[in-house]
Design a protein around this ligand. Structure first.
Ligand code: ZN
Ligand code: ZN
Length: 510
């Protein structure tokens, strides 16, 4: 019996056995393509691929909050699906990777089977999308073609990779700096690592399957040596170190926060009187929407906005390689896309606006069959409409429709009625929520508030409630903090000086 072999990617690692360290690796385009593909992944996809154990700041908690929050709190059912299974704006390219990391289905087409009578067919690729008539859309058989039909780059006969141009060999350092292989680079790396005798380095060829690549993705978010970690199977740390450094970086970046549009989010914060920690914030749907929207943002856009501070790992090195050492070795259209990843149409939201992430234009396509045939046979049988139908006994031998084309137009799954602005995922209204320090979001109720207070084991007399007007730079900071620390609200909303004093104070006790 034939077994389908799982695709793997080969990587040659150079190991310093004495120091138990991978110094660097050499690979072809396949591995580098996969690494650059990481930057296109929406944060929600990353959390999902890592089984909600990404350990990147509060992202896991945020994702689980979306899962737990009843559908009624979202504008449409599709909104919840969009956050839990965001579609990658570069899905077309990522599909061609030798090992496909993002398994989100982006070419499925859902249409309304009740609305007939016009040649424009609104569709969505998000399961659970609702037609403007109010009916749930159903999936048509088959899948739509890719944008621009011809299956582009990595097609037969081309030497190009998915993002990489030509068939170059690359050197990847342990902290994911990527550069085309050359003798001078190798010599400078040997110098850097003080390797006197190159023959002492052990060369090992390893095969990376999907599981292992997902493991590397996880390490790249939280560690500076993913290759060493992978090769020696080092346990991943759970700590919150790096917050102090993060604090420093926060406060001198406040000035260049772009335009000074007021954002006017009023929240009330329950915190300890001594400014040691925030228990939770009581917020409106607008604030929750900003947080949830983070799940739709591609990793590369995060690095673009926040640089090194957006991650405790080393994806920033990957990102800077694109405009640096690898420049000129990428297909030109990929270069700009990887540097400013774009969102799938209609995935834009408050968070993407603040982070200035652009959205692709909605997809349109003319299908060569009538409306009825398309809805019945989808993409799987485009010829029926024009010829004899021997398959379906309920129809006449030939399709009697005269208009043999259907215009597929992508619709906004967030607002099928096309009236309200199509941005928010969360239903805007008077509903209040509580958001804990680690960004666990839940509807406001006495039960939930009391639970947070009792879990914190803090006396009521030590607590104080404060009203705050959150500014746009503060939102930027909260989104950034969400990526690197489990104390996102405390880190941003409490005065940094006090946190430091407290630290020194408690230190002085010993
Ligand atoms: Zn309809
Ligand atoms: Zn037809």
């Amino acid at each position: 019996m034939a077994t389908t072999d799982e695709p793997t990617i080969e990587l040659k690692v150079f190991v310093d056995k004495e120091k138990s360290r991978v110094l660097f690796a050499e690979s072809g385009k396949e591995f580098v393509d996969v690494l650059f593909g990481f930057l296109t992944l929406p944060l929600g996809t990353i959390v999902r691929l890592l089984g909600k154990e990404s350990q990147a700041g509060c992202l896991d908690e945020l994702y689980k909050s979306v899962e737990r929050l009843p559908t009624g709190f979202f504008r449409t059912e599709a909104c919840k699906t969009m956050l839990l299974n965001p579609i990658n704006g570069a899905a077309k390219l990522c599909c061609q990777l030798k090992v496909r990391v993002d398994d989100t289905k982006h070419r499925e087409v859902y249409v309304c089977t009740s609305c007939y009578g016009h040649a424009n067919c609104a569709y969505s690729s998000v399961p659970g999308a609702v037609c403007k008539c109010g009916k749930s859309m159903t999936r048509v058989p088959g899948e739509r073609a890719e944008y621009g039909s011809t299956s582009s780059a990595a097609g037969a006969g081309s030497e190009d990779g998915v993002f990489v141009k030509g068939d170059t060999k690359f050197i990847i350092t342990d902290d994911f700096k990527v550069a085309p292989a050359s003798t001078s680079l190798m010599l400078s790396l040997l110098d850097k690592f003080e390797v006197q005798d190159p023959s002492s380095l052990e060369q090992k060829t390893i095969q990376l399957s999907l599981d292992k690549i997902i493991g590397l993705l996880k390490r790249s978010l939280t560690s500076k040596d993913p290759l060493t970690g992978h090769y020696f199977n080092v346990a991943m740390a759970h700590d919150d170190t790096g917050i102090d450094m993060f604090h420093e970086s926060l406060h001198h970046e406040q000035d260049n926060g772009g335009e000074h549009t007021p954002i006017n989010l009023s929240i009330s914060v329950l915190q300890t009187k001594n400014n040691a920690s925030v228990l939770y914030a009581e917020v409106g749907a607008d604030f929750v929407d900003l947080l949830f929207g983070l799940l739709s943002i591609p990793l590369g856009s995060i690095v673009k906005s926040y640089g090194k501070c957006g991650s405790k790992g080393c994806v920033d090195n990957l990102y800077s390689s694109i405009g640096g050492s690898v420049k000129g070795f990428l297909r030109p259209e990929c270069q700009s896309f990887l540097q400013s990843p774009k969102l799938t149409p209609f995935f834009g939201c408050g968070a993407s606006k603040i982070l200035q992430v652009e959205e692709l234009s909605p997809y349109k396509e003319e299908i060569g069959t009538c409306f009825k045939c398309f809805k019945t046979y989808g993409f799987s049988n485009l010829t029926y409409c024009h010829g004899n139908n021997y398959r379906n006994p309920y129809y006449l031998a030939n399709c009697i429709e005269t208009v043999k084309t259907t215009n597929l137009c992508e619709m906004d799954p967030k607002s099928p009625k096309e009236c309200a602005n199509g941005e928010a995922y969360v239903k805007q209204g008077h509903q209040k929520f509580i958001v804990t320090d680690d960004l666990h979001v839940l509807p406001l109720s006495l039960v939930s508030t009391l639970q947070v207070i009792s879990e914190a084991k803090i006396q009521k007399r030590d607590l104080v409630e404060k009203e705050l007007a959150v500014t746009k730079p503060q939102v930027m900071e909260i989104l950034k903090a969400a990526l690197v620390t489990r104390k996102a609200l405390s880190t941003v909303l409490l005065p940094p000086m006090n946190m430091k004093k407290l630290y020194h104070h408690s230190f002085g006790l010993y």
